[in-house]
Every structure is written in structure tokens, then in C-alpha cells.
Design a protein. Structure first.
Length: 254
């Protein structure tokens, strides 16, 4: 097995994106035209060092691009609806890091389903490098799906995410343990439909299920399941200091 050239993988990612979303034309058009001419040669070159039947695999992947684009347009529309700062669908597609990371995940997940080695991880690691969002291509993510800001998000390999889920920056969907003996088991949580995970929340464990329509507040740490329609948050306490009775701290000189 020959490890693909990183620059070549980045070129492939950019070419596929341009085919799906030609921003100088009509990015919201669901048709995918001339994909084979632009992408096939680059993809076959990468696949040739990884596994046999690269021409067949290239054809299968190209055939998946139209439904992938449809799913990504739903993701982009959901981001536009969710973010008051977003002004247009074109803006979301062209510049939002959360959308780009989701795009990389969706094409990597398609290749992962075709049992292509290495390349899916290289694609999502490229997204990780430029967006700070780390999504394993083996994760199962429904649609529409929204990532707002996104920096520091981690989504593990066996995570399952439903439809209409929103994630904010710093969310971790991880494992309770990194023991190698658990490699073939479900190690990461399940997030059901219509869940919002606010900034800094951490949810761990393969048996942990966040029920539908839950809201998980910022910086919440969970290792057990939450019933549907729950709201989970930290209760903050504000203490107003009385300056009249406040004593100056003792100063230590060492």
C-alpha cells in the first residue's frame, strides 16, 4: 500500500468541492455536471496506490456525488436558518468552516463506506488542519446538520448523530477510554434528532444516548444517557462582594 501524497489529496478535495459548488455559476443547482472529467484522473491516481479496481471505485464514488450534494445543500440551508449572522446560502457554502468540515466529512464517509483505506482519514485530517474541526469519517451523521463556529469540535469514529442537530465550538463526542481492546466496539455517544450541544460540552461513552429534542448547555460533562426533551446546564452562582466588610488579602513575601 502506497500512502497518498498529501498535496494530491488536498487537490482532490478542492476539485470535488468546485464540481459540487461552482460558485461562479449556480452553487445551489442540485445537478452535478462533468464530474468525471475533472475528478476521475486525480482520484484514480490516488487510489491506484491503495487498492485494486481503482477505476471501478472511482465510478462508484462519482455516482455518489449527486446525493451527497443534495445532503450538503440541506446542511447549508440549516446553517443559514440557524445563524442570524449568515446572509445567504452562497456565503455559507463559500466561507463557513463548519460547512467545509461537514463537506469533507461527507465525501470521506462515502469513501469509507467503499472500504477505501487511508484516504478518508486524510481528507478529514485536512479539514481538521484548516478548520480545527475533527470528524472521523466512520461517524454516522444525519441531515441537516449544523456546526456553528466549530473550532475544537471532536466527533469520534462510532458516534451516531441524528437529524437537525446543532453543535457549537469545543464540543467533544468521545470515548470513555482509549483502550485498544475496545477498537471494534461502539465507544462514542449517540445524539438523537433535534439536539443542540452548546459550546464546550463533553459527552463520552458508547452507551451514552442524548434523547431527541434535548438542549445540552455550555461546559456540561456527561457520561450517562439523558431522556428526550431534557435541558442540562450548570447552575452559576453570583456572589456580590460587599466592599465595606471586605478584608484586604494577606500579602506573602517569599
Amino acid at each position: 500500500m502506497k500512502i497518498p501524497n498529501k498535496k494530491g489529496v488536498e487537490i482532490l478535495v478542492k476539485k470535488v468541492f468546485k464540481v459540487l459548488f461552482p460558485l461562479d455559476e449556480k452553487p445551489i443547482d442540485r445537478e452535478v455536471t462533468d464530474a468525471g472529467k475533472v475528478i476521475r484522473e486525480q482520484l484514480e491516481l490516488i487510489l491506484s496506490g491503495l487498492m485494486p479496481e481503482n477505476e471501478k471505485l472511482s465510478g462508484q464514488f462519482l455516482g455518489m456525488l449527486k446525493p451527497i450534494k443534495g445532503t450538503l445543500l440541506k446542511d447549508a440551508e440549516f446553517i443559514l436558518e440557524s445563524d442570524p449572522a449568515a446572509k445567504s446560502l452562497e456565503e455559507v457554502i463559500a466561507i463557513y468552516p463548519g460547512f467545509f468540515a461537514t463537506y469533507c466529512y461527507r465525501i470521506a464517509h462515502a469513501l469509507n463506506q467503499l472500504l477505501v483505506p487511508l484516504l478518508p482519514r486524510m481528507i478529514t485530517e485536512y479539514a481538521h488542519k484548516i478548520t480545527g474541526i475533527d470528524i472521523h469519517p466512520g461517524a454516522e451523521i444525519g441531515s441537516p446538520f449544523s456546526i456553528d463556529h466549530g473550532t475544537g469540535i471532536v466527533i469520534g469514529e462510532t458516534t451516531k448523530i441524528g437529524n437537525y442537530v446543532k453543535l457549537y465550538q469545543g464540543v467533544t463526542l468521545g470515548a470513555l477510554s482509549v483502550d485498544k481492546s475496545h477498537a471494534s466496539s461502539k465507544r462514542h455517544p449517540t445524539i438523537e434528532d433535534n439536539v443542540i450541544l452548546y459550546a464546550g460540552s463533553t459527552i463520552l461513552g458508547g452507551e451514552t444516548v442524548i434523547g431527541r429534542n434535548c438542549v445540552i448547555g455550555g461546559n456540561v460533562w456527561l457520561t450517562e444517557s439523558i431522556a428526550p426533551f431534557s435541558v442540562v446546564y450548570h447552575k452559576s452562582e453570583i456572589i456580590v462582594r460587599d466592599h465595606n466588610s471586605f478584608q484586604e488579602p494577606v500579602n506573602f513575601i517569599i
